[in-house]
Design a binder for this molecule. Structure first.
Ligand code: SF4
Length: 64
C-alpha cells in the first residue's frame, strides 16, 4: 500500500516532534514550520510516519 503524506503549515506549531520521529520524511523550513520532504515514504518508514502523525500536537500531519 502506498502512503501519501501531507502537512498543513497553517496549523503547525513548530514543535519539531515530527522531524524528530521521522527525519527522512519531515523537515522544517526557515520559519520552522513543517515541510514534507518525502510525501511517498517507503514501507519501512510507515510506522514512524503514523507515530509522527499521532504525536503531532496540532494534528497537522495527514496520512492516506
Ligand atoms: S509535529 Fe505537528 S506541530 Fe510539530 S512540527 Fe510537526 S507538523 Fe508542526
Amino acid at each position: 500500500m502506498a502512503m501519501q503524506v501531507s502537512a498543513t503549515k497553517e496549523t503547525c506549531a513548530v514543535s519539531s516532534m515530527c522531524v524528530y520521529r521521522a527525519p527522512a520524511v519531515f523537515d522544517q523550513d526557515e520559519d520552522g514550520t513543517v515541510e514534507v520532504i518525502d510525501p511517498n515514504p517507503p514501507a519501512e518508514l510507515h510506522e514512524a510516519v503514523r507515530s509522527a502523525a499521532r504525536g503531532c500536537p496540532t494534528r497537522s500531519i495527514h496520512v492516506e
